[in-house]
Design a protein around this ligand. Structure first.
Ligand SMILES: Cc1cc2nc3c(=O)[nH]c(=O)nc-3n(C[C@H](O)[C@H](O)[C@H](O)COP(=O)(O)OP(=O)(O)OC[C@H]3O[C@@H](n4cnc5c(N)ncnc54)[C@H](O)[C@@H]3O)c2cc1C
Ligand code: SF4
Length: 324
């Protein structure tokens, strides 16, 4: 690990100033589950590490006029166990509880989970200067790509690792971002972009911006949700595929549908066409199959991950039918 100076700011303002606008020189630290690994492997060699944990008030979950406000330093364990989420945000609770192991959930934070960098093994290995690190090649294309994206891939094919992001997305979550130019609030799905012209690990965060809050509006009456994840290692593992669904029912029919997936694309992937197809359906076997088919119809698997197409189809169908 290259030596760096650790800063413990007392306020967001101070953190923004310390962070500056060059990510090569300064990085934020939350739970450290992702950042410390990258520092140890010298994937990142910042001069300054800014510890967000010294800023008071960023680790609370509270309700404000029906909206749930989640601080970026809320631990995944605390999110999974929070009474404000248990009744109305089942998919978020299930997704948070599905992340890694107990130890990882006890240290990993909401903000860190949403802003974590690709888990692609070429990205994580310092000897592979891939596209995401300024190189000229995506080594996954001709290499070991069994965990990579089947949707929206190219030129970079990593599969987004966050279980939490899709679960928050199906509740139309938004995030507050604070930087030197002020603050902005964007839909959570706008925090991500398919890394093509601008790679940046698929994040739309501007240099120097800090995620300071996740906002969850109250879901409509009649909304049911779930998060269903398949992992290779039963004890703890990232999603091979994860499916978040939130469906609002009225008179036995779906009137609003949100579906988002992890592990299949370089972003937490919103299934817009499948959502449209579910509206007006009674969510029977045929409707669930049809939605699942729509999601995979444009899949472009790589040489070793065709299995993810069948897995996605099955998980989407099962998640939906579990809500019927
Ligand atoms: C062995 C292992 C298994 C895992 N399994 C899973 C899994 O199954 N599912 C899953 O979803 N995740 C998994 N993770 C990821 C883990 O859950 C953490 O969420 C993640 O590593 C980062 O959280 P953190 O709080 O430790 O963030 P850090 O490591 O501190 O930060 C992560 C990145 O986000 C940036 N960052 C942190 N907070 C902010 C903020 N507020 N604003 C802007 N940028 C910020 C940091 O600069 C850094 O680049 C796993 C991690 C490990 C090591
Ligand atoms: S998938 Fe993306 S992160 Fe992985 S080797 Fe290719 S360019 Fe790098």
């Amino acid at each position: 690990m290259k030596q760096f100076a650790l800063y413990n700011p007392a306020s967001l303002k101070e953190a923004v100033t310390l962070l500056g606008s060059d990510p090569a020189r300064a990085q934020l630290l939350a739970g450290g589950m992702d950042l410390l690994g990258r520092l140890k492997k010298r994937l990142d060699t910042p001069e300054r590490v800014i510890n967000l944990k010294s800023i008071p008030g960023l680790d609370a979950v509270r309700e404000d006029g029906g909206t749930i406000r989640v601080g970026p330093l809320v631990k995944l364990t605390d999110l999974a166990e929070h009474p404000l989420l248990w009744s109305n945000f089942r998919a978020v609770v299930e997704a948070a509880a599905s992340v890694g192991s107990v130890q990882i959930r006890n240290a990993g934070t909401v903000g860190g989970n949403l802003c974590q960098r690709p888990r692609c093994w070429y990205f994580r290995h310092r000897d592979y200067p891939c596209l995401q690190k300024g190189g000229a090649t995506c080594f996954a294309v001709a290499g070991e790509n069994r965990y990579h994206a089947i949707l929206d891939g190219g030129p970079c094919f990593f599969a987004h690792p966050s279980d939490l992001a899709p679960a928050l997305m199906v509740f139309d979550a938004s995030v507050r971002l604070v930087g030197s130019g002020g603050e902005r609030t964007v839909a959570l799905e706008k925090l991500y972009h398919v890394p093509r012209e601008r790679l940046n690990a698929g994040l739309t965060l501007e240099p120097g911006e800090i995620l300071t809050e996740v906002r969850l509006p109250a879901p409509a009456v009649g909304t049911r949700s779930a998060y269903f994840k398949f992992k290779e290692k039963p004890s703890f593992d990232f999603s091979l595929v994860g499916v978040a669904a939130a469906l609002t029912f009225s008179d036995g029919k779906v009137v609003k549908a949100r579906l988002a997936l992890s592990g299949v694309a370089p972003v937490p992937w919103r299934a817009l066409e499948a959502e449209k197809a579910l509206i007006g359906s009674a969510l029977d076997e045929a409707a669930a199959r049809h939605a699942a088919e729509i999601i995979v119809e444009n899949a472009g698997p790589l040489s070793h991950n065709r299995y993810k197409v069948a897995l996605t189809r099955t998980l989407v169908r099962r998640t939906l039918l579990g809500l019927a």
